[in-house]
Write a protein that binds this ligand. Structure first.
Ligand code: NAD
Length: 398
């Protein structure tokens, strides 16, 4: 069932609204603006698959390359019932800006299939993935366009895409996807890279604001890959993660949740709901909690003009892509919240994807600590670049 409200704003309209603001600040010429307002390629694929009950069901998938001036298109693949071509266009555009912010030699791409993986069997997901991969085959390749995981897609799905692509070549091509299992040429540290990057960005923000990290209260919306890893690292640095949520529930404990145990609970039950030593709260209450750091780590438009006025956090760290609407940005800026925008905050994922691709094409693999050290350097440098621009030009962090 769709979870998008009928009133939710089109993410691509929001992308263009923010782009126009940035283009005004940069005094970008009209010709360049026109070029960058449109993706280079948009592919829509029909995905008929045989379901376990013998029937054929049709799904629709997309792959968008927004801009490849800086290198191959790079961006994840999302499996979610609310995926639309406009959402994928928005996500691909953000990938162009994100790769430029962290200065890696990739352009922006993204893919998605409108489906509910929670209702599909393992075999159905494999058939869907392989059919989608063969549909987007003309676009992807290690030098052209390199997919990765996003919402509800995991290393196993990347392995199926890699295998489908490799079958057509006659040899194994690990560099066609990132975020794949380590045994197939994946990078150590890729699975937790997005959350780890979010953590480094938060550390940098706390240093800038002279807010000691230890003892801060943290709220996380979306306890998936990005959100749970960020929560875990903050927990190990003596922060109190007082509330988290997922698509099935929100939980709260004023003294801090036991994050390692919560991760096991989510693995076992599929949700954070029902975790012992916590009380259920509503999504509205979650956003309104007294806390220092709020991490939206789920989907677009989570924070809008309706719930932004109740937010009390000092720092908003956008682990998700596009979690704040432009209307919410204005409210949060007026309140003096410090924003770490998505294209900076969650860039750890694509940064380690780049490291993975580099390792694949060189056939030379790095130790986990090497990956972490390089990621920390990239995140801290990029944070300082963005902060400097924000302070020098007196523009918002976004
Ligand atoms: P994921 O599938 O691992 O987790 C998503 C989580 O969000 C799940 O726990 C789900 O239950 C929860 N969720 C969904 N709808 C929700 C709602 N309405 N309220 C609360 N929780 C909800 O996905 P992920 O990879 O962690 O991606 C999360 C966000 O991070 C997305 O915006 C994604 O684009 C962004 N991101 C991910 C990566 C990556 O490497 N995985 C990189 C950059 C950005």
């Amino acid at each position: 069932m769709s979870t998008v409200l009928a009133t939710a704003r089109n993410p691509y309209d929001i992308t263009l609204e923010n782009f126009d603001l940035a283009a005004d600040t940069l005094e970008l010429e009209d010709d360049i603006r026109a070029m960058l307002r449109h993706p280079e390629r948009v592919l829509i694929v029909n995905i008929p698959i045989r379901m376990d009950n013998g029937r054929i069901r049709r799904f629709e998938g997309y792959r968008v390359q927004h801009n490849t001036a800086r290198g191959p298109a790079k961006g994840g693949i999302r499996y979610h019932p609310d995926v639309t071509v406009d959402e994928v266009k928005a996500l691909a555009t953000w990938m162009t800006w994100k790769c430029a912010v962290v200065n890696i030699p990739f352009g922006g791409g993204k893919g998605g299939v409108a489906c509910n993986p929670k209702e599909l069997s393992h075999g159905e997901i494999e058939r869907l993935t392989r059919r989608y991969a063969s549909g987007i085959l003309p676009l992807i390749g290690p030098e052209q366009d390199i997919p990765a995981p996003d919402v509800y897609t995991k290393p196993q799905i990347m392995a199926w895409i890699m295998d489908t692509y490799s079958m057509t070549k006659g040899y194994s091509v690990p560099g066609v996807v990132t975020g794949k299992p380590v045994s197939l040429g994946g990078s150590l540290g890729r699975n937790e890279a997005t959350g780890r990057g979010v953590f480094y960005a938060i550390q940098s923000a706390c240093e800038h604001l002279r807010l000691p990290l230890k003892g801060t209260k943290v709220v996380v919306q979306g306890f998936g890959n990005a959100g749970s890893v960020a929560a875990h690292l903050l927990d190990t640095h003596q922060c109190y993660v007082i509330a988290v949520s997922d698509s099935r529930g929100c939980i709260y404990n004023k003294d801090g949740l036991d994050i390692p145990k919560l991760m096991l609970h989510k693995e076992k039950t599929g949700t954070v709901a029902g975790f012992p030593a916590s009380e259920p709260i509503s999504p509205r209450q979650l956003f309104a909690l007294e806390c220092d750091i709020l991490i939206p780590a789920a989907l677009e438009n989570a924070i809008d003009e309706d719930n932004a006025p109740s937010i009390k956090a000092n720092i908003i760290a956008e682990a998700a892509n596009g979690p704040c609407t432009p209307e919410a940005d204005k409210v949060l800026e007026a309140k003096g919240c410090f924003l770490i925008p998505d294209i900076l905050c969650n860039a750890g994922g694509v940064t380690v994807s780049y490291f993975e691709w580099v390792q694949d094409v060189q056939h030379l693999f790095w130790e986990a600590q090497d990956v972490y050290n390089r990621l920390e350097r990239v995140m801290r440098t990029s944070f300082n670049d963005v902060l400097k621009f924000h302070l020098d030009r007196k523009v918002s962090m976004r």
